[in-house]
Design a protein around this ligand. Structure first.
Ligand SMILES: Cc1cc2nc3c(=O)[nH]c(=O)nc-3n(C[C@H](O)[C@H](O)[C@H](O)COP(=O)(O)O)c2cc1C
Length: 165
């Protein structure tokens, strides 16, 4: 594909992948040629004029795969239009929680000063206590299940984004 858009995601338990898929659907509805790949599988950016990245926040940081992607592909990302979304809030979903996640995201992205996204957004995330494993289980022992993804907001963001890519 020439002049198409790559949506690259990093996701531990799958909720960010589902948001990335919804973004792809909306961008295609807007007439764009779009591919989707997990960040770790992206080998080449040839033919892509824009890259939309999506990753969740974990323990105040972007998921490691996303940080690795940003560092590894600096040159290709500088040469293209980029956008970034992150999943975070899973508790009250109030303005304060979104603001805190947004601050975490801004701080993370500030580590890549060469990156100038045309759009950056935070979406509500998902907690599924049955899926959480390993060390994370210790931190999330008492946390109830939640899904704060607002699909209308996700589609609306992606629709606006289509005009910028
Ligand atoms: C152990 C753990 C730590 C988390 N830490 C943060 C955090 O520091 N900031 C935040 O905004 N969201 C945090 N979250 C919420 C995740 O970003 C959210 O669950 C997201 O939907 C996970 O995406 P995934 O299913 O693609 O892995 C955390 C979730 C878990 C399970």
């Amino acid at each position: 594909m020439i002049n198409s858009v790559l949506v690259a995601f990093s996701s531990k338990y799958g909720s960010t992948q589902e948001v990335a898929e919804a973004v792809v659907t909306t961008l295609r509805e807007q007439g764009l040629e779009v591919d989707i790949q997990p960040m770790r599988q992206v080998k080449s950016f040839e033919g892509y004029r824009s890259v939309v990245m999506g990753a969740p926040l974990y323990m105040f940081h972007l998921l490691k795969g996303a940080r690795r992607f940003l560092s590894k592909h600096r040159k290709a990302l500088i040469e293209r239009q980029v956008a970034f979304f992150a999943l975070g809030p899973t508790n009250t979903g109030d303005e304060k929680e979104f603001q805190e996640s947004r601050e975490q995201l801004d701080k993370e992205l500030a580590a890549y000063p060469w990156l100038s996204p045309v759009a950056v957004e935070i979406f509500g995330g998902v907690i599924d206590p049955d899926k959480i494993d390993g060390l994370y289980k210790l931190f999330m022992r008492q946390v109830p299940a939640s899904d704060l993804r607002d699909w209308d907001a996700i589609r609306s963001w992606a629709s606006d984004l289509a005009e910028k890519l």
